[in-house]
Design a protein around this ligand. Structure first.
Ligand code: HEM
Length: 445
């Protein structure tokens, strides 16, 4: 095959048809495109072409081996309006400097310090639950993960402010996502309610966070992430400017809660639909914990819990789409992707590819035995991305998800409300479109 050939892709009879189909059903339209056009599909996106890559080797090339040829995609650039130049959105030398500075803060041993607080947050949530009542588990999990990341960042004494920041941040991101259009830059300059709301939320956020920063400076030495960000020094012994600390704190707050909340929500749904898996999980918890609460030392013993979470993130990857912009012409799968093009990697599509996962739509934690995993290509599964932009919070997220899941599952069984409709709402994370109403049944109190 000549490297100059154009990749296959949908032909648009009506201009803009691909954009309309994508907005109507993002994961469905990507899945169809991959099935119809193969590992590299080219499609029209307004005035330009974009590329969907559907093979683990191509994912690895973009995220790891050729990562220097790419930067983050357009959608993420838009979030700079709220997140500024934090780890998720910054590029080049700034990103490298910040990543080096912050990596130690997320080391497995360091984050183990937050385990107790995670379990405490889960306990506090369950104290409000009553046997037999129905709750929206997506809302509950969001509240829970917000409390966890709020405590990790700002310590327990500022819970009210943490809740306030969480609310302002969610509000700002909601408005931004609704307005995430190619011409947002123009819209933003007009006196419209959406962009005005984004700016107002940002001002509200900044007020609170700069006040907390000043307080931390006056009382240094806390173990919370905000104190650690203030104490961090680069190789020249320089601290971060306050604006950078603000951007990093906002980024952690945002990146660190919704992803884990949706992971847990989809896991509860899948457990409710697969009683044999749920029973095996409960048996593991009964054997390992009995009546006591989990601690970080229990986690290595909870192998099945780990497999359940991995499998839930396979079927419902919280970050369902990862975008990059090519900085130079790049050869991918026998085609040339020209400089400036957007390439799309979709954990949703790749994780459900029958070439790598037998009966891909079946929820089966047994896929995650070490032998089964070793037999698959490395990037057939990439819920946390890869390369230098791989999720810095991966260990935090996995520890948190396991501790919260086990804290709750050892006491409760969650049953789907018979009227609950299940569908995805792909935003920045993969949310449940209709929430997740479930009946909480006491298993053991
Ligand atoms: C199940 C939970 C989570 C999932 C699935 C997840 C997924 C991801 C993915 C896929 C990326 C890479 C995005 C890209 O390459 O464009 C990423 C980056 C990031 N995540 Fe997570 N994440 C999770 C939890 C967390 C937590 C708990 C934190 C912080 C406490 C966090 C903080 C970050 C940050 C700061 C980045 C940017 C890293 C960089 O570019 O250097 N994430 N995450």
């Amino acid at each position: 095959m000549s490297v100059l050939a154009t990749p296959p892709g949908p032909r648009e009879r009506i201009p803009g048809a691909t954009i309309v189909s994508f907005y109507r059903d993002p994961v469905g339209s990507l899945t169809r495109m991959a099935a119809e056009h193969g590992d590299v599909a080219r499609f029209r996106w307004g005035p330009r072409h974009e590329y969907l890559l559907n093979h683990p080797d191509l994912v690895e090339q973009v995220l790891v081996t050729q990562q220097r040829s790419f930067m983050k995609g357009q959608a993420l650039q838009e979030t700079k309006r709220i997140l500024g130049e934090g780890l998720l959105t910054s590029e080049g030398t700034l990103h490298l400097r910040q990543r080096r500075l912050m990596q130690p803060l997320f080391h497995r041993r360091r984050i183990a310090a937050y385990a107790g607080e995670m379990v405490e947050c889960a306990d506090r949530l369950q104290r409000r639950w009553h046997d037999g009542e129905t709750r929206d588990v997506h809302e509950e999990m969001t509240r829970l993960t917000l409390a966890v990341v709020g405590r990790a960042l700002f310590a327990a004494d500022v819970e009210a402010e943490a809740a306030e920041i969480g609310e302002a941040l969610t509000d700002a991101m909601e408005s931004l996502q609704r307005f995430m259009l190619p011409f947002y830059g123009t819209l933003e300059r007009l006196p419209l309610p959406g962009p005005r709301r984004v700016r107002a939320s940002r001002r509200r956020l900044d007020l609170t966070i700069y006040r907390l920063l000043a307080e931390r400076r006056a009382n240094p030495g806390g173990g919370d992430l905000l104190s650690l960000l203030l104490e961090a020094r680069d190789e020249q012994g320089e601290p971060m400017p306050d604006t950078q600390v603000r951007d990093e704190a906002m980024t952690i707050f945002l990146a660190g809660h919704e992803t884990t909340a949706v992971t847990l929500t989809w896991t509860w749904m899948l457990l409710a639909r697969h009683p044999a898996v749920e029973a095996k999980l409960h048996k593991e918890l009964d054997d390992a914990l009995g009546t006591r609460a989990p601690t970080v030392d229990d986690l290595p013993e909870l192998a099945y819990t780990d497999m359940v979470l991995r499998e839930a993130m396979r079927l419902y990857p919280p970050a369902w789409l990862i975008g990059r912009r090519a900085l130079v012409d790049v050869e991918l799968g026998g085609y040339v992707v020209p400089a400036g093009s957007i390439v799309i990697l979709s954990p949703w599509v790749t994780h459900r590819d029958g070439r790598f996962f037998v009966e891909p739509l079946r929820f089966d934690p047994e896929r995650w035995t070490p032998e089964a995993e070793a037999a698959r290509p490395r990037f057939s599964y990439f819920p946390f991305g890869g390369g230098t932009r791989r999720c810095i919070g991966e260990s935090f997220a996995l520890m948190e998800a396991k501790l919260l899941l086990t804290s709750i599952a050892r006491r409760w069984r969650l049953r789907l409300d018979p009227a609950q409709r299940i569908d995805v709402l792909p935003r920045i994370t993969l949310r449940p479109r209709y929430g997740m109403r479930m009946r909480v049944e006491a298993h053991r109190q």
